[in-house]
Design a protein around this ligand. Structure first.
Ligand code: GCO
Length: 443
């Protein structure tokens, strides 16, 4: 196999998440989620934006599948909205909500696009939050019931099931900085939530497999490698320490069956309640793991460096550093016994504008993606088992606390008209998929 060619069955795809694209927040029996409540609270989201309409994907899903076909996607990663199918979080099922996902999955299959389904991309039903949300262990059981319901309905067609998207963002941004729903700033609650997310992942994995033994179960983690600012012993030690504190809270319980000492030290008196048997429940063998990668931290013995000379930064203020992806994949591959890997999110936000010719010229996004594809291919040649790559995102969408102010899409969305226009990066990605290789890009 040529080195710049990807394996024949490599799953090139793109990703979205329910609250970021669907809209129709109160239609057809959908219940309220914590993101509805949060975005409807004044002052929480940039410009007062909400996901009430978002990309109106709930009504435009057929057009969006046509877009995926135009891109030639082999896979599509999306999430289901818990409160659309179980408006109260548990109990009464909303058939119209289930039907929506059923139709979507059916049509993806017709289009020969492999569905990768995420059960939880941050949108807890508000009724469960009102009872205490993830602070309560009972929410983990409700999650497992929801997982079983979805697998029973869609497991004959959906082969890849993800329990959670980015438990660390849920924990840190939802419960420590408070910039995401439910907007808490309480470390004690946060670490209990973190543990219950892991319990829910374990129970969810069991429920998925009990409902259909033929499907694959996994989880998606976002990893931001901490790299030393220099080769000095002090900087290297500081970077290692940073990585342990930030990134092992979920990697270690899932893939080693315990919380690492660095986490115990960090959490201190906020250590969550852990029941007998929890660690084995959490550390069940998975069929795949999804990694979301955007950027890295650069750490010196005196702290984190915020501006790296010569580096490019995206609209999010994130450094562009593709080689860090390869280094991190190689590192986690040697430190953990990992199942097959998918890159489940990677992409960049830039200031996109419609040009006079009606097109969106986004050469920086093309460069970003190209370099990350190349580094992934190099990691594969180093022995890392990567099976697919989901670009974030299929289209511009609701970027959580930042509303519509940041655009990550391969497709430009005009939010006034809901018109979708493939950006240059989308056209380019279609070629990558068609050729199954990354070649030099000439402007
Ligand atoms: C995440 C989420 C996505 C974001 C994307 C860009 O990684 O934070 O999974 O929903 O929109 O990452 O920030």
């Amino acid at each position: 196999m040529q080195n710049n060619k990807f394996p024949q069955d490599f799953l090139w795809g793109a990703a979205t998440a329910a609250y970021q694209v669907e809209g129709a927040w109160n239609e057809d029996g959908r219940g309220e989620s914590i993101w509805d409540r949060f975005s409807h609270t004044p002052g929480r989201i940039t410009n007062g934006d909400t996901g009430d309409i978002a990309c109106d994907h709930y009504h435009r899903w057929e057009e969006d599948i046509a877009l995926m076909r135009r891109l030639g996607l082999k896979a599509y990663r999306f999430s289901t909205s818990w409160s659309r199918v179980l408006p109260g979080g548990r109990g009464l099922i909303n058939p119209k909500g289930l039907d929506f996902y059923d139709r979507l999955v059916d049509r993806l299959c017709v289009a020969n696009i492999e569905p990768l389904l995420t059960l939880y991309h941050w949108d807890l039903p508000q009724t469960l939050q009102d009872e205490g949300g993830w602070e309560n262990r009972s929410t983990a059981h409700a999650f497992a019931d929801y997982a079983a319901l979805m697998v029973k309905r869609l497991g004959d067609r959906v082969k890849y099931w993800t329990t959670f998207n980015e438990p660390s963002v849920i924990t840190y941004i939802g419960f420590i900085t408070g910039e995401h729903a439910p907007g808490f700033q309480d470390p004690r609650v946060a670490y209990q939530v973190a543990h219950h997310l892991m319990v829910a992942h374990g129970l969810g994995t069991q429920a998925i497999r009990a409902a259909n033994a033929d499907v694959n179960a996994g989880i998606v983690l976002n990893l931001w490698p901490a790299e030393p600012a220099s080769d000095s012993v002090e900087d290297v030690a500081a970077a290692n320490k940073y990585w342990e504190k930030q990134e092992t809270l979920f990697l270690d319980p899932i893939f080693k069956g315990h919380y690492p000492p660095a986490v115990y030290n960090m959490v201190g008196p906020n250590m969550p309640k852990i029941q007998d048997g929890d660690m084995a429940l959490i550390a069940q063998q998975l069929d795949f793991v999804g990694i979301n990668f955007y950027s890295r931290h650069v750490i010196s013995s005196t702290g984190e460096l915020k501006e790296i000379e010569g580096s490019e930064y995206t609209e999010m203020g994130w450094e562009v550093c593709a080689p860090a992806l390869r280094r991190m994949l190689v590192k986690i591959n040697s430190e953990y016994n990992l199942p097959p890997i998918f890159i489940t999110e990677n992409g960049a936000s830039f200031k996109d504008e419609v040009s006079a010719d009606g097109k969106i010229h986004d050469p920086r996004r093309i460069d970003y993606l190209k370099n990350h594809f190349i580094q992934t291919r190099l990691a594969m040649l180093d022995g890392v088992d990567v099976h697919g790559y989901m670009v974030w995102s299929l289209m511009d969408n609701f970027e959580w606390g930042l509303g519509f102010s940041k655009r990550f899409g391969l497709t430009y969305v005009n939010y006034a008209t809901q018109q979708r226009v493939l950006k240059d990066s989308g056209e380019w990605y279609a070629e990558v998929i068609r050729k199954n290789e990354v070649w030099e890009y000439h402007t």
